[in-house]
Design a protein around this ligand. Structure first.
Ligand SMILES: [Zn+2]
Length: 150
């Protein structure tokens, strides 16, 4: 770490402590050349996730957009939003681990499975938007398969 005052690279850590429940480390450093003291923060970088759309275009992952789709499906259902947020955190970790790019199919399918663990109605609602059924008949086939899996 270079001293912000004199640009010397001859600096050392004199103190190091966790903040924010261990999500961040704060270090006090001293410059051996000019004795300037300064602070640095170290944080886990969340990799920027890109979504690969069905048409092949890439788009930055937008948590707010994903959540609003989920909340719409959960409307008037008695589900604890905190548990949904927790599950979405885990999914984001999973998506970020495999690649810097994740397909919109993977995201949609993972969210559907996650919703199915919570509420069948929310699952069907989400599917009706995400699967983009072209007709009532297509939707009917989906519901029938859901109710009577082979
Ligand atoms: Zn210095």
């Amino acid at each position: 770490m270079i001293c912000p005052k004199c640009n010397s690279s001859n600096t050392r850590v004199i103190d190091s402590r966790d903040t924010q429940n261990g999500r961040e480390v704060r270090r006090r450093r001293v410059c051996e050349s000019c004795e300037n003291r300064f602070t640095t923060f170290e944080r886990c970088a969340r990799p920027k996730l890109l979504i690969e759309k069905k048409d092949g275009f890439l788009e930055p992952y937008d948590r707010e957009k994903v959540e609003s789709g989920i909340w719409r499906s959960l409307k008037k259902r008695n589900i604890n939003p905190e548990s949904i947020k927790f599950d979405l955190d885990s999914l984001e970790d999973k998506w970020g681990k495999t690649n810097a790019e994740v397909s919109s199919n993977t995201i949609g399918d993972d969210i559907m499975s996650m919703l199915l663990n919570h509420d069948e109605v929310a699952y069907i609602r989400y599917a009706s938007i995400y699967k983009d059924f072209k007709s009532i008949e297509e939707f009917e086939v989906f519901i029938k398969q859901f109710c009577n899996p082979e």
